[in-house]
Ligand binder design. Structure first.
Ligand SMILES: [Ca+2]
Ligand SMILES: [Ca+2]
Ligand SMILES: [Ca+2]
Length: 188
């Protein structure tokens, strides 16, 4: 069983993945988000970065749909998404490493626009902007996620945050903030 917090986080994640808001995750959502990411990072059509973003998103959709859309309907409902995440990430030992870590690595490389191996606040804000999360929330999230306070987010800090986001039922877990505000109240 999911706690209220875990359910709220998966709900929020679904809403961000359902970019066009039609209640299902489809290839079109991934495409729309890839376009938004390229616009936000100013990756022009024909550039290697533009190509890489589109290939990465296509691959992510492919993986997700093979995992969650057993009937090949071309779309993933909220219930399918939440129950599949529950089974394969929250309740399975090593589920994060197996199912999410490779995706986060690929996305990290996209967000790390200057390629210096860490994320600065502008890079995170640009990413949030592409996803429709407000820039103020990016600043707040950045401060929370920079656990060692060195002013940048390392790959390790991002993995820890995303793993907490998907799995933790601790309301104080810093990773809860990585996709912006949640609909359940968290302690300050
Ligand atoms: Ca959709
Ligand atoms: Ca960087
Ligand atoms: Ca840091």
């Amino acid at each position: 069983m999911l706690t209220e917090l875990q359910a709220a986080k998966l709900d929020r994640r679904f809403e961000l993945l359902d970019a066009d808001g039609d209640g299902f995750i489809t290839a079109a959502d991934y495409d729309q988000t890839a376009v938004a990411v390229c616009v936000a990072f100013e990756y022009l059509e024909g550039s290697p970065q533009h190509e890489r973003v589109h290939v990465t998103f296509l691959t992510m959709w492919d993986k997700l749909s093979r995992k969650m859309d057993g009937r090949h309907s071309g779309r993933i409902s909220r219930d399918q998404f939440i129950s599949s995440c529950t089974d394969s990430i929250i309740q399975r030992e090593g589920g994060y490493d197996r199912n999410i870590r490779p995706v986060v690595d690929a996305v990290f490389d996209i967000i790390d626009a200057d390629g210096n191996g860490v994320l600065d606040v502008d890079e995170l804000a640009t990413w949030f902007n592409a996803y429709g999360v407000c820039v103020d929330d990016a600043q707040r999230a950045f401060t929370e996620l920079d656990r060692n306070g060195d002013g940048v987010l390392s790959r390790g800090e991002i993995h820890q945050a995303v793993e907490e986001y998907y799995t933790s039922d601790d309301p104080k877990a810093r990773g809860n903030k990585i996709y912006g505000p949640l609909t359940v109240a968290l302690p300050k």
